[in-house]
Design a protein. Structure first.
Length: 465
């Protein structure tokens, strides 16, 4: 018999744990959902009386949190208590690329997952369903199971894999109406019961035919595969954008032409300065590492090319700026519009803006940044993390603005790094008047009207055109 879930705990109150649990709580008022994290500042921000100050910016999220928080949604640092009382525990901690030891720069670092499993094993006194929400290498559930089943007490654990497919910037929309929910579990009767318990949670708002169930390993691998396919599309279109620039073809026209083939489809064909975000690169590197560890060199090399192409795209955008500005940007103000890795998020992880800025700072440019949702502290932190130069130098060369018009004043060039909608509505005439001439604009996201801006006087470079 599938157990009816009334208490859920989620370990990890980040970009996935926060929004997913907020929506579960919103849609399942009969379930008490407690989201826990070791990071006290983050929990305090989730509990801020003004839901506009919650730590994750996502359209519509503040409203969902306002509806459920304090009713059946709670944020807390009391990890042990929340684990002890829950019937179902989601593990939603970060699984970054390893920065040390074997697999450095490639494999997923599973230390936080293991810590969670050990903590659950230590604290649990009643049977529990453990749900892997984090993105994990295929066969991780085996390790989690091994830790949990060797606890020395007779608590029964079932492990499920339930990867998250939300994209940042549309998280609430994606969670409200997902293309599919994927649940992997053991093929034993107990495993099937656990799957059913989680199906019952999602069935509160997701049509049953959209809930797919598989074995554990298919579910774990499907998450890496989905991201690899999506990133591959971006690298494919970006590869062709460079060919367009040499042949007179226009990448937007090429995208539209191929996207109308129903087998290809129109989505995810926007040429850009490169993909960013915390997932694509990390998950593909992990996939490449797993393939290599099974001796599958051709498989590994195939997928690695997606990353190689992306690095090339980011590098060539920065190089284009330097080359166009008469081969030197030393001492020149370059205004960055956008720092987040995509619009409608305050997340900057692996944002192409960081790498383009780093490239230009190596050339001694003065980088001015405006992003509607990213703070100065975050921008400098992202650059300092690269350790390309000392922190004082970054602080000297980088200035941030809370107004795009001020940011662009006196600049030799503007670089658009994020496709924020507001950039389309600017008074470009006014911006042009206040820039150093010739005024260059490098559109890394195909957001501005090239023809109109060229008429104003800008020298415009757009990717793939
Ligand atoms: N960001 C996305 O859009 C997205 C989408 C789908 C899947 N994922 C996957 O979900 C997972 C989480 O990603 P994220 O972006 O939410 O990460 P995140 O860094 O925003 O959040 C993770 C949180 O876990 C906390 N944490 C780590 N170890 C802990 C422990 N032992 N106990 C309590 N808290 C702990 C951290 O303090 C942090 O707040 C990753 O595996 C990621 O690949 C992310
Ligand atoms: O046509 C496109 C589409 C996307 N991008 C870029 O690709 C990156 C990733 O975008 P997106 O996939 O929309 O955002 P993420 O939040 O990274 O979401 C991806 O990664 C998540 C974490 O695993 C998954 O859950 C999602 O399904 C998957 O889309 C961003 O820099 C985008 O600007 C392009 O350059 N061109």
């Amino acid at each position: 018999m599938a157990k009816k879930i009334t208490k859920i705990c989620c370990i990890g109150a980040g970009y996935v744990g926060g929004p997913t649990m907020a929506v579960i709580a919103q849609k399942c008022p009969g379930i008490k959902v407690t989201v826990v994290d070791l990071n006290q500042a983050r929990i305090e921000a989730w509990n801020d009386p003004d839901t506009n100050n919650i730590p994750v910016y996502e359209p519509g999220l503040a409203e969902v949190v306002a509806e459920a928080r304090g009713r059946n949604l709670f944020f807390s640092t009391a990890v042990d208590e929340a684990i002890a009382e829950a019937e179902m525990i989601f593990i939603s901690v970060n699984t970054p690329t390893k920065t040390y030891g074997t697999g450095k720069g490639m494999a997923a670092d599973l230390k936080y997952i293991e810590l969670c499993a050990r903590q659950i094993a230590r604290v649990s006194k009643t049977d529990k369903i453990i749900v892997e929400k984090s993105t994990l290498p295929v066969r991780t559930a085996e390790a989690v199971k091994s830790i949990l089943q060797n606890t020395g007490n007779d608590v029964q654990f079932q492990i499920l894999s339930n990867p998250e497919f939300l994209a940042e910037g549309t998280a609430v929309e994606d969670l409200h109406a997902p293309d599919r929910i994927l649940i992997g579990g053991d093929t034993t009767p107990e495993g099937q019961d656990a799957i059913q318990s989680l199906v019952d949670v999602y069935s509160n708002w997701v049509p049953r035919e959209r809930i797919l169930t598989t074995n554990l390993w298919s579910s774990e691998l499907s998450k890496l595969t989905a991201n690899a396919f999506l990133a591959q599309r971006v690298s494919s279109i970006n590869a062709l954008s460079e060919l367009c620039e040499h042949t007179g073809a226009d990448i937007s026209e090429v995208s539209r032409s191929i996207g109308t083939d129903s087998r290809i489809g129109p989505k995810f064909l926007n040429a850009s300065v490169g993909f960013g975000g915390s997932c694509f690169q990390k998950d593909i590197l992990n996939l490449v590492y797993i393939a290599r560890s099974y001796g599958l060199q051709q498989v590994a090399d195939y997928w690695e090319q997606v990353i190689i192409m992306n690095d090339h795209q980011k590098r060539r955008f920065g190089n284009k700026i330097v080359k166009t500005l008469y081969n030197t940007v030393s001492g020149k103000k370059i205004a960055f519009l956008g720092w987040a890795f995509k619009k409608d998020t305050n997340d900057t992880r692996e944002s192409p803006a960081i790498f383009v800025a780093d490239n230009l700072l190596n050339e001694e440019a003065k980088v001015a940044v405006y992003d509607p949702k990213v703070s100065e502290q975050q921008i400098l932190g992202d650059l300092n993390y690269l350790q390309s130069r000392n922190e004082a130098k970054n602080a000297e060369l980088v200035t941030t603005f809370d107004n795009a018009y001020e940011c662009c004043k006196g600049a030799h060039a503007i670089a658009i790094l994020t496709e924020w909608d507001e950039f389309k509505t600017y008074d470009w005439e006014q911006i042009y008047q206040n820039m150093t001439k010739p005024a260059f604009l490098f559109d890394g996201r195909n957001v501005v009207d090239k023809k109109k801006l060229t008429e104003i006087g800008f020298k415009v470079y757009t990717i793939g055109k």
